[in-house]
Ligand binder design. Structure first.
Ligand SMILES: Nc1ncnc2c1ncn2[C@@H]1O[C@H](COP(=O)(O)OP(=O)(O)OP(=O)(O)O)[C@@H](O)[C@H]1O
Length: 359
C-alpha cells in the first residue's frame, strides 16, 4: 500500500515536472505525509528558480489523493560512504561510552517502539540515556515520547540542545518539522542532518555525560543506513524482528549491513513474539514465537529477549508513554532485554586483557 502511494507520488512529480525527473532520489509516503528527497540542482539554477521548482513540486504532490503534507529534502552533500568513515569522530569525542544502534531490515516491526522502551529501561536502571531518532523518512520519537507539540531544536555554542522526556534526552528530525505546513529542508540534509545529530549534540548540557546512547536506525539496509553506521563509533547493534520468515529474511540483511561495517551485532530481540491477552493474561503464539531465537542461534548471535504483542503497548506509544517505565509484563520484558543488551555491549566493549610478562 505504502509502496503504491510512493509510486503514485513519484509518477505525479515526474509527469508534471519532467525537469525534476533525474533529481528524485527517493519518495516515501507514510500517514498521509510524502517525503521527497531531491539531489541538488546542477550548478546553473538560481535560488529563485529552485524555490519556484520546489513550490510547484509541492503543489503537484499535494494534488495526489490522500497526501496531506509534503516534505521536500534537498541533499547538498552526498559523500561516498568511505569518506563518511574518515570523518567519523574519534572515540575520545564519542558522546557516550556505549552507543547502541537499533535496526531492523524492514519497517513496521516495532523497531522504534522497542528502541524508545529500551532507552526507558536504561533510565530505569539509573543510566543517563540519550536517543537519536535517525529515521528521516518517518521520525517517530515525537509521538513515542509525547513531544508532537514540542518546540523545535535550538543550537547554542555548545551544540544542538536535545529535548528531554521520560528522563531520555533526544533528537529527531521530527523536531525540525513544524506544524502542518509543507517544509522545505535546506542545508546539509539527510545524511548531513543525521551526521549533525551524531556529532554536534550537547548531550551533557551540565547534567553530566551520557552513559548510553541509543540510535533508532532508519528501516532498510541501503546507503543511508551504511552512512549512519559509519558516522559514529557504534559499540554494537541490536536487531529487532518479528518471528515471521519474511521479517527474518530482512533481519538477516540488517545483520549483514552491520557486519560489513565491522559493528558487532549484540543480539536480536523478538517483537510481537506472542499475543498477550489483555483480559486473561494468557499468551497465544500467533506469529510462530521463537523464530528470532532460532535465527539468532543460527547466526551465532545472542538472543536478547522477547516482547509480547499487547494492545497497551500500542496505546502507550500513541499517548507518548513508555511502558518500560511502568509496571507489568511489558516493563519486565523490556527490563530483561535491556539488561541483556547492556551486558553484551559492555562485554563487547571491554578492552582485551593485556599480557604482562614478569621477569
Ligand atoms: N509489541 C507490540 N505490541 C503492540 N503493538 C506494537 C508492538 N510493537 C509495536 N507496536 C505497534 O506497531 C506499530 C509499528 O511500530 P513502530 O513504529 O515502532 O515500527 P517501526 O519498525 O519503527 O516502523 P517504521 O520503521 O516503519 O517506523 C506502532 O503502532 C506500534 O505502537
Amino acid at each position: 500500500m505504502q509502496d503504491d502511494s510512493a509510486q503514485t507520488v513519484r509518477q505525479a512529480l515526474e509527469t508534471q515536472l519532467p525537469e525534476l525527473k533525474a533529481r528524485v532520489s527517493a519518495v516515501d509516503v507514510r500517514s498521509a505525509i510524502a517525503t521527497i528527497i531531491l539531489t541538488p540542482p546542477d550548478g546553473g539554477d538560481g535560488a529563485d528558480e529552485e524555490a519556484g521548482l520546489r513550490a510547484r513540486a509541492e503543489k503537484a504532490v499535494l494534488a495526489v489523493e490522500g497526501i496531506e503534507r509534503v516534505r521536500i529534502i534537498v541533499e547538498t552533500e552526498r559523500r561516498p560512504v568511505r569518506e563518511a568513515k574518515r570523518s567519523a569522530p574519534s572515540p575520545a569525542k564519542a558522546p557516550a561510552p556505549l552507543i547502541i544502534a537499533v535496526g531492523s531490515g524492514k519497517g513496521g516491526v516495532g523497531k522504534s517502539t522497542v528502541a524508545a522502551n529500551l532507552a526507558g529501561a536504561c533510565v530505569r536502571q539509573g543510566l543517563r540515556t540519550g536517543l537519536v531518532d535517525a529515521d528521516v523518512f518517518g521520525p517517530s520519537a515525537p509521538r513515542l515520547f509525547g513531544l508532537t507539540e514540542a518546540p523545535g531544536l535550538r543550537k547554542t555554542d555548545a551544540g544542538i540542545v536535545p529535548l528531554q522526556a521520560h528522563g531520555v534526552k533526544l533528537v529527531s528530525t521530527g523536531f525540525l518539522v513544524g506544524g502542518r505546513e509543507p517544509v522545505v529542508w535546506r542545508g546539509p540534509m539527510v545524511t548531513g542532518a543525521i551526521r549533525q545529530f551524531l556529532t554536534e549534540v550537547d548531550w551533557d548540557g551540565g547534567d553530566g555525560p551520557l552513559d548510553v546512547l541509543i540510535i533508532d536506525m532508519p528501516p532498510g539496509t541501503g546507503d543511508a543506513q551504511l552512512a549512519i553506521a559509519q558516522g559514529m563509533p557504534i559499540s554494537g547493534a541490536v536487531i529487532v524482528s518479528t518471528p515471521q520468515t519474511v521479517a527474518l529474511d530482512d533481519a538477516r540483511k540488517a545483520m549483514a549491513l552491520f557486519e560489513r561495517t565491522e559493528i558487532p551485532v549484540l543480539g536480536m530481540i523478538e517483537n510481537m513474539s506472542f499475543f498477550l491477552c489483555p483480559h486473561c493474561g494468557e499468551g497465544s503464539e500467533i506469529f510462530g514465537r521463537g523464530g528470532v531465537r532460532s535465527e539468532a542461534g543460527l547466526m551465532g548471535v545472542p538472543f536478547l529477549g522477547e516482547i509480547p504483542l499487547h494492545p497497551s503497548l500500542r496505546e502507550a506509544s500513541d499517548e507518548g508513554r513508555l511502558v518500560a517505565l511502568e509496571d507489568g509484563p511489558l516493563a519486565r520484558a523490556f527490563a530483561s532485554a535491556a539488561g541483556a543488551m547492556l551486558e553484551t555491549a559492555r562485554t563487547a566493549n571491554r578492552p582485551a586483557p593485556e599480557i604482562v610478562f614478569e621477569d
